[in-house]
Ligand binder design. Structure first.
Ligand code: IPM
Ligand code: MG
Length: 373
């Protein structure tokens, strides 16, 4: 088969990490006999510099002609002179608007953010050992195209007093489709689904809970439970092993997924997938563009490589190939290879992993590609 993949490297470390994920996909193509044809397009600050817009029409066109998108990251640092210009404009023209436009424009309503503790990197977990006796393995399904992010907003001055507002709106269709995705994922995992809301205060949360329960009636095998978002934030650091599949709205999912990634101790390891109703998806690391280490060749490419594995699984239906990528990452970790962010973390064959400053981004890509086939 031939597959069209759009590459959107974006800003900061984006180009470096996407290069390694492409390397791994090319290896998969060679070993399993697939032809991947890659087309690069601009997004974020890189697109602003070249065209004046964070999401050029040309990019949307290339993306729409592709089976899936592999993205790096967008954004810079408003205080860094090298990227400050991206932030001295209307918020609608900033790099992040490119990402939000891509999500909305392609209807990517379901954002899957796994968070698991690699046994090899368990020492990186900032929680006490007794809090995570058996590690944890969860996936947060975040609604991505509705809620507070896309409601009406504004800033006004009324009688000399500045005020601003953002509105949170959900209709039942938006809730139902993401709930269905989450139940489907729960069916393939531990058949447990936790829906997180603020039902005691918000109308959107009351509708959310009702609709999730209605969808749950179609999934009698899945044990559905509910939790308030504030309690969930506590439970994530109290007993992360209790979580399996979590579904929640856009804003809560943004916050909880950052918290979940932090307790893995290595944000450079976590992939994500943003899906719509078709097989199409945008795959990107859960971390940001890390402008502070951009261009140094020390970024960890694993989150992007694992995002490529999700791309193989969800958009191309290549489960065996997806597993091969995931196994290659485990093999590389098991053999003791570490980039700088995780250098010295964990054990290798019973001994502490070496802390030699870590291998480069490119070397990590080579090692992982070398573990395939
Ligand atoms: C994320 C990011 C984005 C979000 C920003 C960059 C707009 O934090 O993907 O979680 O808030 O969704
Ligand atoms: Mg976020």
């Amino acid at each position: 088969m031939e597959y069209q993949i759009a590459l959107l490297p974006g800003d900061g470390i984006g180009p470096e990490i996407v290069r390694e994920a492409k390397k791994v996909l090319e290896k998969i193509g060679n070993v399993y006999g697939h032809a991947f044809s890659f087309r690069e397009a601009l997004v974020g600050g890189a697109a602003i510099d070249a065209t004046g817009a964070p999401l050029p029409q040309e990019t949307l066109r290339i993306v729409r002609e592709s089976n899936a998108v592999l993205m790096g990251s967008v954004g810079g640092d408003a205080k860094n002179p090298a990227t400050a210009r991206w932030y001295q404009v209307d918020p609608k023209l900033r790099p992040e608007a490119g990402l939000l436009g891509l999500r909305k424009g392609l209807g990517l309503f379901a954002n899957l953010r796994p968070a698991y503790l690699y046994p090899q990197l368990a020492d990186a977990c900032p929680l006490k050992k007794e809090t995570v006796p058996g590690g944890f393995d969860m996936v947060i399904v975040r609604e991505l195209t509705g809620g507070l992010y896309f409601g009406e907003r504004g800033t006004q001055t009324v009688d000399g007093v500045r005020r601003a507002f953002d509105t949170c709106v959900y209709d039942e269709k938006e809730i139902r489709r993401v709930a269905v995705k989450a139940f489907d994922i729960a069916m393939k995992r531990g058949r447990k689904l936790l829906s997180v809301d603020k039902h005691n205060v918000l109308d959107t949360s009351r509708l959310w809970r009702q609709v999730v329960e209605e969808v749950g009636a179609d999934y009698p095998q899945v044990a559905l439970s509910h939790m308030y978002v504030d309690n969930c934030a506590m439970q994530l650091v109290h007993d992360p092993g209790a979580f399996d599949v979590v579904v929640t709205d856009n804003m809560f999912g943004d916050i909880l997924s950052d918290e979940a990634s932090m307790i893995t101790g290595s944000i450079g390891m976590l992939p994500s997938a943003s899906l719509n109703e078709t097989k199409f998806g945008v795959y990107e690391p859960s971390h940001g563009s890390a402008p502070d280490i951009a261009g140094k060749g020390i970024a960890n490419p694993i989150a992007t490589i694992l995002s490529a594995a999700l791309l193989l699984r969800y958009s191309l239906d290549l489960e065996e190939e997806a597993k091969a990528v995931e196994a290659a990452v485990e093999k590389a970790l098991e053999a003791g290879y570490r980039t700088a962010d995780i250098a010295g973390v964990g054990t290798v064959a019973g001994q502490a992993a070496a802390d030699g400053g870590g291998i480069s981004t490119g070397q990590m890509g080579d090692v992982i590609a070398g573990c395939i086939g």
